[in-house]
Design a binder for this molecule. Structure first.
Ligand code: AMP
Ligand code: MG
Length: 427
């Protein structure tokens, strides 16, 4: 067994910093393979490879306005003050989608609609409102009273993008802009990274499934559903393994099955120092690498990560608050790294805390919080009591306020580091 965690004594674990824990996880992550999906299914997926423009865009020279396509040199010459209006012969009307039939020569113009291909010879479009023939589609001549700079209202072929230009980078999440680009270039089949299969296994003899009635001493398996949604949001495919009682043998079998079937397995519960903390027991005899079994953080310090046959096991605390934090600190970056995301760990930002935070701690504390914008400043407000066992204060959390290990409490208005939880960052 390798790894640098000595395991015999569950009370004597060596804590790594959260940053080090993430580093050890990301070091073990391999990006997943590519698959091709139809464009509508590519939404929110991540690109398996960079995409470049197969042709210039716009693909032809087109009008950016409803107007008359003219040669700028035929327009009134205003260099010596006022000038005679130009009266031009109208050749044809070119709606969007049609091809002009006639080149525009000296003294000539063609009526063109927005998006229409510009006739040969024309170099400028004069908007309808600047002519006397705006509301006369059949006008045989058009009168233009003012000069218009050459090239005005004309979008040259390739003026937006040249063939070969980068449209979107590898690992980029496909949102509205990327979808617009992919569709504009006819990329109907998109090479995306396969969604990581993320197994979710809850341990705990007290757990009931959602549909089961309450019974004495029992609670419902909340973590599994919270994690399933969070896995989907991060771009993974949740695979639900339900719950196992606190029986090491049964849990171990489920863990091996989950690891074999998934790219990543998340367990909840049983990582602490209690008598029935079976994950602790299983990890103490792990046939593989243990990356860490304690993190210098609150909540969730017993969070454990291990690797077997190249697959990552992330054992989160069963306390719902700690489970939520552990997912965002460790599992979400792992999922994003499998998806080739260029920045699997989101950037933090600074916000002022809306409330004092008197609690002091030897470990950094990740407080479930909510962002507020007031008077042009970003504030962060804890969603309530941040005890790890509390579930109700997960609701509404869109961020984690990071309280560093301090000997004094934090006062309202102090600037704090904030980790955004929304995919794509915050604000
Ligand atoms: P553990 O990490 O197993 O020691 O569990 C810590 C606390 O979290 C206990 O109060 C458990 O009952 C509770 N808990 C464990 N697993 C879950 C779960 N899947 N859903 C909700 N609460 C849980
Ligand atoms: Mg338990």
């Amino acid at each position: 067994m390798s790894g640098d965690v000595s395991r015999p004594d569950r009370f004597r674990r060596r804590a790594v910093t959260p940053d080090e824990a993430v580093r050890r996880i990301l070091e073990r992550i391999r990006p997943l393979d590519a698959e091709t999906v139809p464009l509508p299914e590519a939404w929110n997926r991540r690109l398996a490879e960079a995409v470049t423009a197969p042709h210039p865009y716009p693909p032809f020279r087109r009008s950016a306005m409803d107007g008359y396509a003219v040669r700028a040199e035929d327009l009134p010459d205003e260099t010596g003050g006022s000038a005679e209006p130009a009266v031009l012969q109208v050749l044809e009307t070119v709606p969007a989608g049609m091809v002009p039939h006639r080149p525009v020569g000296p003294g000539q113009a063609s009526r063109v609609m927005t998006g229409a291909m510009l006739p040969e010879g024309a170099d400028t479009v004069v908007m309808l409102e600047m002519t006397d023939a705006g509301d006369r589609p059949d006008a045989e001549t058009v009168r233009i009273g003012k000069a218009v700079p050459k090239g005005r209202n004309v979008a040259e072929a390739g003026s937006e993008l040249q063939a070969g230009d980068l449209l979107a980078a590898e690992g980029c999440r496909i949102g509205p802009g990327e979808t617009a680009l992919l569709s504009a270039f006819g990329l109907a089949g998109v090479r995306v990274v396969r969604r990581p299969r993320v197994g979710i296994l809850s341990t705990g003899s007290e757990l009931l499934e959602v549909h089961e009635p309450l019974a004495p001493g029992k609670i419902r398996n909340t973590n599994a559903w919270m994690l399933a949604g969070s896995v989907s949001d991060a771009g993974g495919e949740p695979i639900l393994y339900g719950r196992v009682p606190d029986e090491p043998r049964e849990a171990y079998a489920s863990i091996l099955k989950g690891l074999a079937e998934c790219d990543l397995l998340i367990t909840t519960g049983g990582v602490s120092v209690g008598d029935r903390d079976i994950l602790t027991e299983i990890v103490s005899e792990w046939q593989g690498d243990v990356l860490f079994d304690k993190v210098a953080m609150r909540p969730g310090s017993p969070t454990t990560a291990a690797v077997r046959d190249g697959k990552l096991l992330l054992a989160l605390s069963g306390n719902p608050g700690a489970c939520f934090v552990g997912f965002h600190l460790f599992a979400a970056p792992a999922i994003r790294a499998m998806l080739k995301c260029g920045q699997p760990v989101p950037q933090t930002f600074q916000a002022r805390t809306a409330e004092p935070f008197p609690k002091i701690n030897a470990y950094a504390r990740y407080v479930r919080s909510r962002i507020e914008i007031r008077e042009g400043t970003i504030w962060v407000r804890p969603t309530g009591n941040d005890q790890s066992g509390l579930m109700a204060t997960i609701a509404g959390a869109d961020s984690l306020m990071v309280v560093p290990p301090l000997k004094t409490g934090i006062e309202a208005g102090e600037w704090m580091t904030v980790l955004p939880l929304r995919e794509g960052g915050w604000p």
